[in-house]
Write a protein that binds this ligand. Structure first.
Ligand code: FES
Length: 85
């Protein structure tokens, strides 16, 4: 994935409840208006959402800055971003 095409959608993770066995599509392009999930806005960018299945009922923190090295989970990379715009 070319990171130059990726937009930052936020500066902090979003806590979400996931259900075991459910499929989720995390926005990887940063264009979705339904952060942190995909709304189809990536179409035409060459980027795709990261689709994952929840392994258990859980509360997880999904990245919105799109700089995490462990997508879709926040790894606190947002804390190292200088430009908060
Ligand atoms: S919100 Fe992206 S690493 Fe935390």
């Amino acid at each position: 994935m070319s990171h130059s095409l990726v937009r930052r959608a936020g500066n902090a993770p979003v806590k979400v409840e996931v259900k075991e066995g459910e499929i989720y599509a995390w926005c990887a392009c940063g264009r979705s208006a339904s952060q942190p999930f995909c709304d189809g806005s990536h179409v035409g960018t060459g980027l795709d959402p990261l689709v994952f299945e929840a392994e258990k009922d859980d509360e997880i923190y999904l990245c919105t800055c799109k700089h995490t090295r462990t997508p879709p989970i926040c790894d606190n990379s947002h804390c190292r971003l200088d430009d908060k715009t």
